[in-house]
Design a protein around this ligand. Sequence first.
Ligand code: NAD
Ligand code: ZN
Length: 342
Amino acid sequence: MKALVKSQAARGLWLEDAPVPEFGPEDVLIKVHKTGVCGTDGHIYKWDEWAQRTIKVPMIIGHEYAGEIVALGERVRTLRVGQRVSGEGHVVGMRSRASRSGHYHLDPETQGVGVNRPGAFAEFVRVPAFNVIPLPDDIDDDLGAILDPLGNAVHTALTYNLVGEDVLITGAGPIGIMAGAVARHVGARHIVITDINAHRLQLAAQVADITPVNTSEEDLKSVMGRLKMTEGFDVGLEMSGAPAAFVQMVDHLVMGGRIAMLGIPTQPFPVDWSKIVFRMLTVKGIYGREMFETWHKMIAMLQSGLQVRNVITHHLPYSDYLTGFEMLVKGECGKVVLDWTV
Ligand code: NAD
Ligand code: ZN
């Protein structure tokens, strides 16, 4: 089969022939139709410090996919060949206290599809049946291929009750933009999304009914004035990983404000903790998706009017992957979807 392989410890990604994966009794084999290219894949492509620490070459990468089941392990009872599916990209162990209590997203033995085990940028991928998410007919393969990052957005946005709240989202990448759409869907009042990349802010305004702000041109106090907000944002969703964005968020929340932090800072950075203490802010880290509550909620919201499709800006055949990866690392796109059926 064709696969995109991180086969060398250097910048780049290579289209290679690889054997169709063997699968165990509790696995399914999926024929991949569409895949989403994620920021994580961009890190692996660039071969930055995180990638060098994390990826053992050679590795087929990719973890956002939609496809069709073509074979079942002998112990798989609840799925069938021909079913259209997506899948949770975190493969968990069953030994930890968290897993045994049903909190799978907190399992310390988590392995990432396309990070620690062979991934989905290939014609076929093997995953445990436990991770498979059947797709209803009204969720097509394009949407199916971006459920993983939509799940990050949904997990973060639903961490706090947003009904009637003013929400600040820092970082208008695909996940920040989708979080804005979710915040609108669930009933927030003002939703401001910040970035320093004009292209991303323009896309944000096209995808969701939210207020884009370029913080290199306008400061948040004047935006609050424009919106007639007096005290500050009630909830912050940090989706950039940029230290400057986090500092800005802390400075513009109400007393008692709550932050859900998905963005991954590339290195440690100083924070004025006294502001967090005296203003009684809450900061909660968010990782992955809740298994499987986030999946249920996001599919239900897509079926009840949540619109995120326009965050996909580019559809490419898999053979044209380099075009997509170069756009991704330059921030010149929303979500890039690769087609594996052409
Ligand atoms: P992305 O890189 O596409 O988007 C981040 C955006 O932040 C970019 O548009 C960038 O221009 C913007 N940005 C940079 N500096 C900024 C600043 N000072 N103020 C405001 N915006 C600024 O990333 P994405 O794919 O949308 O993911 C969002 C974040 O979530 C990333 O940090 C990613 O690593 C992280 N992530 C975390 C998890 C998790 O499980 N915790 C999962 C997926 C992604
Ligand atoms: Zn991803």
